[in-house]
Design a protein. Structure first.
Lengths: 113, 116
């Protein structure tokens, strides 16, 4: 069965510091992987997605993620965090041709000045 | 326009009330979704409509009744809800292509529902 694990419930980073959010997935075939961000009281916004090809994916707002099949990971990174990045981040996996997206539990990012 | 709109933003209802949540998109997407999200939890899929037909019902109680009147609109009718149904209800849409890829979903801002 598909599953997504985000090991960190919350992370605190200083503004301007680098960020890495971890995501591990379990899926039998090549997964379709996503990172979404949710600000308080808002819906989810797609940051980036991976389907195939280059394993380093660039997204919006300066985020990138790297797909590592050998580690079943899809970690999200940003070189320099801004206070506006404080939000909940969800890693997700989707099935080929299907509608179901399995979300991880989420990682809450706090940014300190 | 890459926006999914939801109304109302907030809704308070008693357990005997009947109310409806509304979702609209004008991106030409043919798949629309309802999710329920409790605080500090990820979204949980409730229903999926594909080309205006119900495609997935994740064993949701019958007090939640979805409706897709046309390709741009999605409703969720609520009746006899319980306090534990209080949550953020998110609507999403996607293209529903047949290319074999997993289409990204565009989410609305949600309706914050409180059942008293």
């Amino acid at each position: 069965a598909q599953s997504v694990t985000q090991p960190d419930i919350h992370i605190t980073v200083s503004e301007g510091a680098s960020l890495e959010l971890r995501c591990n997935y379990s899926y039998g075939a090549t997964p379709y992987l996503f990172w979404y961000v949710q600000s308080p009281g808002q819906g989810l916004q797609l940051l980036l997605k991976y389907f195939s090809g280059d394993t380093l994916v660039q997204g919006i707002k300066g985020f990138e993620a790297e797909f590592k099949r050998s580690q079943s990971s899809f970690n999200l990174r940003k070189p320099s965090v801004h206070w506006s990045d404080a939000a909940e981040y969800f890693c997700a996996v989707g099935a080929t041709g299907g509608f179901k997206t399995i979300f991880g539990a989420g990682t809450r990012l706090f940014v300190k000045a | 326009d890459t926006e999914v709109t939801q109304t109302p933003k907030h809704l308070v209802m008693g357990m005997t009330n009947k109310k409806s949540l509304k979702c609209e998109q004008h991106m030409g997407h043919r798949a629309m979704y309802w999710y329920k999200q409790k605080a500090k939890k990820p979204p949980e899929l409730m229903f999926v409509y594909s080309y205006e037909k119900l495609s997935i019902n994740e064993s949701v109680p019958s007090r939640f009744s979805p409706e897709c009147p046309n390709s741009s609109l999605l409703n969720l009718h609520l009746h006899a809800l319980q306090p534990e149904d209080s949550a953020l209800y998110l609507c999403a849409s996607s293209q529903d292509t047949e290319s074999g890829s997993m289409d990204e979903q565009y989410f609305g801002p949600g309706t914050r529902l409180t059942v008293t």
